[in-house]
Design a protein around this ligand. Structure first.
Ligand code: ADP
Ligand code: MG
Length: 612
């Protein structure tokens, strides 16, 4: 067994992930492919708009030339001469607006649809992950991948297509017109611009790093808020509001510092680039002016040159901002795609299932060893063997933290054993279809039942999606729940509040029992099912459980020993092993751990007979 453990443990160990996830282009392509046609149309429209933008400075220059002519020798009609040019310009403005409208509409259509697809695919794959995945991850961070990261990725995508395409076309187009207007001025511009761009890129990469840190800090703050708001009752009960405020405040403060630093960086960047741009305008005017004075350039051409070079510079500035957005978008996209490709170790379905009429519900743990994947060095079960005979009730008792719930989790296949096997009717659990196992064979009732924030009807139907109303009523009756449900004004349509917050503990537990019984499970696991209840609710719930236990294989996990006396067999576990097995009387006679536990509890609590 020790050998097995040594061999298998490294495999089961959670793979450490320190690297930033890489962007998955293949997956991105799959999401983009359905929209290629629309994307093509959007690109054509965006290119059209950019080309129109390139035309405009040239026409403006010609108009200025006419104006200049009239300021020199006030002869002829300015209006007639400029009319055709102005109409042309107006038409181009209109066309530009129309094209812009068109490609923005198309892009938003693609972006929104892709975001829906991404969210759906990610959510679907998250739900399929192993339980060990959720042990290691915070819900808030997973949710933020579904919301913030998809949002970020979507807006980057849209920006890259709209702004990126436009800016690139404009830079190229305007450079062509610039060189046609004046080669000398263009060469001058070509020397100055790359130098400035180099400085800008350096600053940009520093800013991007800051921005990433900023995002991470915001995610941390969100995590704190999420935890506190999600567990508001516990926070209230411990009067920890102020502590949580402080914790959230501290994280907010951290993100404020980072964001302000980023803001200062961006401000510096903007200020410097404004100075650079203005200097370039002045330089162009200066050099261009001397060319005009030397009759090598017309005033109108200089005007065209200025407007076009402004377009180039604005586009380049846009591109450098865009570059940052691209990097941010890629890292958001990488985070979105990361969990989309992650495949769970225990699939949701697949494998064989036994026909219901042949299912006996006999369960055996053969020399099972187990440690939680997130705590690999800490064995919870060691060489643990246990048999649950079909149709019999077996009680599992032992100290808190001894691994009883872990046994139930292995049975549900939330985890697989590190060594050894668990069998159902002689079949290794790993060869059976997990979804069949969970939805049809095993009914699990835990100490703290979790209900969903919908109607009672829907909550019970959670156990069997296609159950008829009659089946729901029958399950509720069996669980002693029908009476209290019908006493509510809304009956089965009562909304239970988030996580069932509007019900009492005993009521919640009875709904959970109804939810488990509606599947007609062959095996029932009751994990401390009554231990959170007051004695009156415990009696009602216990009655329901006793009724439900008849004819089923039942594993009762309890630390309150009064509830296990009726079991056919009692198994006492300690240190991850079985240390005693027998009936109540046998174990008492033996005078071992069980009788010790009984003695201790008898001292703590009066026997239940006395309470009634
Ligand atoms: P019991 O139900 O007998 O009180 P559990 O089976 O819940 O005990 O826990 C057994 C041991 O496993 C405990 O030491 C507990 O800290 C640890 N444990 C329980 N759940 C996890 C988990 N998801 N990840 C890591 N360790 C866990
Ligand atoms: Mg437990």
């Amino acid at each position: 067994v020790a050998l097995c453990e040594a061999e298998e443990a490294p495999l089961a160990r959670s793979r450490p992930r320190v690297l930033e996830p890489r962007f998955n282009w293949t997956l991105f392509w799959q999401f983009l492919r359905p929209h290629l046609l629309v994307l093509g149309a959007a690109i054509v429209l965006a290119l059209g708009a950019a080309l129109v933008n390139v035309q405009i400075p040239l026409l403006l220059g010609q108009l200025v030339e006419i104006v200049a002519k009239y300021t020199r020798d006030h002869a002829g009609s300015f209006l007639t001469e400029s009319r055709s040019l102005s109409t042309h310009l107006l038409l181009l403005y209109g066309l530009q607006g129309l094209l812009t409208f068109g490609y923005l509409v198309l892009l938003s259509r693609i972006g929104e649809r892709m975001a829906v697809d991404l969210r759906r695919a990610l959510f679907c794959n998250l739900l399929r992950q192993d339980i060990e995945f959720f042990d290691a991850k915070k819900t808030g961070q997973l949710v933020s991948r579904l919301t913030t990261d998809v949002q970020e990725f979507k807006s980057s995508f849209k920006l890259v297509i709209s702004q990126g395409l436009r800016s690139c076309t404009q830079v190229a187009g305007c450079l062509v017109s610039l060189s046609m207007l004046s080669t000398r001025l263009t060469l001058l511009l070509m020397v100055a611009t790359p130098a400035l761009m180099g400085v800008g890129t350096l600053m940009g990469s520093a800013l991007r790093k800051l921005s990433r840190q900023c995002q991470e800090q915001v995610a941390r703050a969100t995590g704190v808020a999420d935890e506190a708001l999600g567990n508001v009752r516990t926070v209230r009960a411990f009067a920890m509001e102020q502590r949580e405020e402080e914790r959230y405040g501290a994280e907010l403060e951290g993100s404020r510092c980072k964001a302000e630093e980023l803001g200062r960086g961006i401000a510096l960047f903007q200020g410097l680039s404004n100075i650079a741009f203005n200097c370039m305008v002045l330089g162009t005017l200066f050099v261009g002016g001397s060319l005009v004075a030397g009759q090598q350039l017309t005033g109108g051409d200089l005007m065209s040159f200025l407007v076009a070079s402004q377009t180039v510079q604005r586009s380049m500035a846009n591109l450098s901002i865009l570059f940052g957005q691209v990097v941010r978008g890629l890292s958001a996209g990488a985070r979105v795609f990361e969990y989309m490709t992650l495949s769970p170790g225990i699939p949701l379905s697949g494998g064989c299932s036994l026909p219901r009429e042949h299912l006996r519900g006999s369960i055996t743990f053969h020399n099972v060893s187990f440690s939680y994947p997130c705590r690999p060095g800490f064995p919870v079960l060691r060489d643990f063997s246990l048999t649950l005979p079909p149709g019999k009730i077996v009680a599992l008792v032992g100290q808190s933290g001894g691994g009883k719930t872990t046994v139930a989790s292995l049975l549900e296949r939330f985890y697989d054993p590190t060594a050894g096997v668990v069998t159902l009717d002689g079949q290794d659990l790993r060869t059976l279809d997990p979804s069949w196992l969970r939805s049809q064979v095993i009914g699990f009732i835990s100490q703290e039942p979790v209900l969903f924030g919908t109607t009672i009807m829907e909550n019970i139907r959670f156990g069997k999606v296609d159950a008829s109303d009659e089946e729901v009523y029958a399950a509720a009756r069996e669980a002693n729940a029908h009476e209290f449900i019908t006493s509510f004004p809304e009956g089965y349509n009562t909304i239970v509040g988030e996580r069932g917050a509007t019900l009492s503990g005993g009521q919640k537990q009875r709904l959970a029992i109804a939810r488990a019984l509606i599947k007609q499970p062959a095996v029932l696991i009751l994990d401390e099912a009554t231990s959170a209840l007051d004695s009156e609710s415990e009696r009602v719930v216990q009655e329901a459980l006793d009724r439900a236990s008849a004819g089923r294989t039942v594993l009762v996990i309890a630390h309150r020993l009064s509830t296990v006396r009726a079991a056919h067999r009692i198994v006492v576990m300690a240190h991850g092993r079985v240390c005693e097995v027998g009936t109540h009387e046998e174990l008492l006679k033996k005078g071992g751990l069980y009788s010790e536990l009984i003695r201790r509890q008898a001292l703590d609590t009066p026997p239940p007979e006395a309470a009634q």
